[in-house]
Design a protein around this ligand. Sequence first.
Ligand SMILES: [Zn+2]
Length: 107
Amino acid sequence: MEIPEYDEKKLLRENMEGEYSNSDFAEFIETLLNDERYDDVEKGILAYVKSNGTINLSSAQKYRLQKLVDDYDIDCSICGESIPVSEVVDNNDGLCSYHRYVMGKDD
Ligand SMILES: [Zn+2]
């Protein structure tokens, strides 16, 4: 998963323009922040991104963040499309929303 470059101002501006791809990422980061499996350094990076976005991360921080988000690179096991960032959390079946619907697993 590619880490988008944004800060708080950019997010606000994009939201006003109806562009939500970075907001989806920001929401995803916020979800990860509540995950107990990360250590203090990782949580620190996630908390920083939550407040400030990704633009000013150091390359070391960005590298660490990249490792975290790469755990959430999921391709649908039927169509092979990558699952959008807004759907990767709690995706236990490895299916995109369309194929989950088709397989009758939508619940
Ligand atoms: Zn699919």
